[in-house]
Design a protein around this ligand. Structure first.
Ligand code: MG
Length: 273
């Protein structure tokens, strides 16, 4: 278990695993949510994390064929909701569950896809049942299934959590996604969803300006999340989980932004204790 309010980052693992973990070691970031290596080599992953002094807190599942170009494309291609790709993606999710178990991680998370806003939509009940089955499988290893927020409103997500009704169905709450998908004001969503929040993405972004387009991700503190207000409220509610920085750009600028976000989050925590 990481220390309360440990800083983390999301981390893609490909190629040399030691090199992938190196920026965390340099920046003294103690935790990571990882996109696993294609090999799903649990032993090598665990060894590389240990060498870098990093605790892996979650395995992030993503699926081939996903496309985040615009909102209709996300709806068509992302997660476990699209029916055409569901069987192969469920099989991959179970491979990742086995990988999580082998690495010793008790959280598997993903964008499940757009949960239908209307509970009478014929697609709704099968998605609830599928999620119940995933949760029951993961419960055998005391593993949490954490949904990434953002592709539906907080109210829809809350109804879905209550309908699935599994204690290991929780949220990786991403306040920026609420904005990027144009769905909800993050602090309002936080109030509604707080009892289900298992982990947090420290990410920022600005509202979309065109219909069907996503907003734009920004460095922490430069977007519309209002992190001073959001962060203070999160801590006031008693949140003690990890604060996982997510910066979805490549290259060296990513780590410059992550370092700044880390300093900002450390100040937030020390100012609110
Ligand atoms: Mg996220």
């Amino acid at each position: 278990m990481p220390a309360p309010l440990s800083i983390g980052t999301t981390l893609g693992l490909s190629g040399d695993l030691d090199a992938a973990f190196a920026p965390l070691r340099e920046l003294q970031i103690p935790t990571a949510q990882i996109f696993p290596p294609a090999s799903l080599d649990a032993e090598a992953t665990r060894a590389a994390a240990e060498k870098a002094g990093v605790e892996i807190t979650s395995i992030i599942a993503h699926f081939s064929g996903e496309n985040y170009a615009d909102i209709p494309t996300v709806e068509r291609t992302v997660g476990l909701v699209p029916e055409m790709t569901r069987p192969e993606r469920l099989a991959h999710l179970m491979e990742l569950a086995a990988f999580a178990r082998a690495v010793g991680v008790r959280q598997l998370q993903t964008h499940i896809g757009f949960v239908p806003e209307d509970a009478n939509d014929p697609r709704y009940v099968p998605v609830v049942q599928m999620t119940q089955e995933i949760c029951d499988d993961l419960a055998q290893d005391a593993c949490v299934f954490a949904l990434e927020t953002g592709q539906e409103t907080a109210a829809t997500l809350l109804r879905f959590l209550k309908d699935v009704k599994r204690p290991n169905l929780l949220l990786n709450f991403d306040p920026a996604n609420m904005i990027l998908y144009g769905h909800d004001e993050p602090t309002h969503a936080l109030e509604l969803l707080y009892p289900y929040i298992q982990s947090i993405h420290a990410k920022d972004g600005i509202w979309p300006t065109e219909p069907n387009q996503l907003g734009s991700e920004t460095p922490l503190g430069e977007g519309d999340v209002n992190w001073p207000q959001f962060g203070a409220r999160l801590l006031e509610l008693g949140y003690k989980g990890t604060l996982t920085i997510e910066r979805e750009i490549g290259g060296p600028q990513k780590w410059v932004d992550v370092a700044k976000a880390k300093t900002w989050l450390e100040e937030l925590v020390s100012n609110n204790q």
